[in-house]
Design a protein around this ligand. Structure first.
Ligand code: FPP
Length: 245
């Protein structure tokens, strides 16, 4: 139960929430615990936020779980995080099926182990007809990397005469992004006090509302989530146009 002193307008919720789950390491340090323990608690927070998103009927949730840059962390931490993802996905498989949640992974899959790649492919396949909540996990994801991948594919098609360069518009470009079948995020939340995008969904966040909170990810909870949604509802979205009375 939350003790919020504000009331949400359930008819004005964002359709797509994206989250940069930051601060697991600092949370662990603050409590004198190993960093991997912060990630374990972070995974529990992720489950709670997925459940709340489902309950609120928000149809798209994207979680930035591992960036291209995260590979540069100490080997034990990187291995520990991937082991955590594998266990988490295996454990939550029945939950996704039971609730009607569709899983989609965005990012550079060739960086992942074969085991995990296969597991992801299986879960994506078995949940592909689900639509109640589209859960998108960004794994080995980088926004610039995604844009460059799209540019390369488009250039190849143009070179082969399959695509007229004059016809390259936003719609064509979007079809070459990992997020081709996902709408742009309406709200992006970043925890832990950092106020930047860190290479997350660079193309897709052009008109996204940004919300930053100092709370570390393992401490982010239902009340903090509702606060972020409430803040979103106070914003006036103009998409570059003038205010309409
Ligand atoms: C961010 O905190 C966390 C990561 C980069 C690791 C991966 C995220 C999780 C394990 C959360 C669970 C998600 C799922 C879907 C299971 P940080 O390590 O960058 O924290 P710091 O900036 O304080 O060091």
């Amino acid at each position: 139960m939350s003790s919020c002193s504000f009331s949400l307008d359930f008819s004005k919720l964002p359709q797509h929430v994206a989250i940069i789950m930051d601060g697991n390491g600092r949370w662990a340090k603050k409590h004198g615990l190993p960093r991997i323990y912060g990630h374990k608690v972070g995974a529990e927070t992720a489950k709670k936020i997925i459940e709340k998103t489902y309950e609120l009927n928000i149809p798209y949730l994207t979680l930035f779980a591992f960036s291209k840059e995260n590979w540069g962390r100490p080997k034990e931490e990187v291995e520990g995080i991937w082991e955590l993802f594998r266990i988490y996905l295996q454990k939550e498989r029945p939950f996704l099926l039971e609730k009607g949640i569709r899983l989609k992974v965005i990012g550079d899959r060739k960086d992942l182990s074969e085991d995990l790649r296969n597991l992801i492919a299986e879960v994506e396949e078995e949940t592909k007809h689900n639509s109640r909540l589209n859960l998108c996990l960004a794994l080995s994801y980088g926004g610039r990397d995604e844009i460059l991948k799209a540019v390369k594919e488009i250039a190849q098609k143009a070179k082969q005469g399959l695509l007229d360069p004059e016809k390259i518009d936003e719609e064509v470009f979007r079809k070459h992004l990992y997020t081709q079948d996902i709408p742009d995020p309406d709200l992006l939340i970043r925890t832990s006090g950092e106020e930047r995008l860190s290479n997350f969904l660079l193309f897709q966040t052009a008109y996204t509302e940004l919300y930053f909170t100092p709370v570390y990810w393992p401490e982010f909870n239902e009340e903090e989530y509702l606060k972020a949604l409430y803040s979103y509802q106070q914003r006036e979205r103009r998409f570059g146009k003038v205010y309409e009375f």
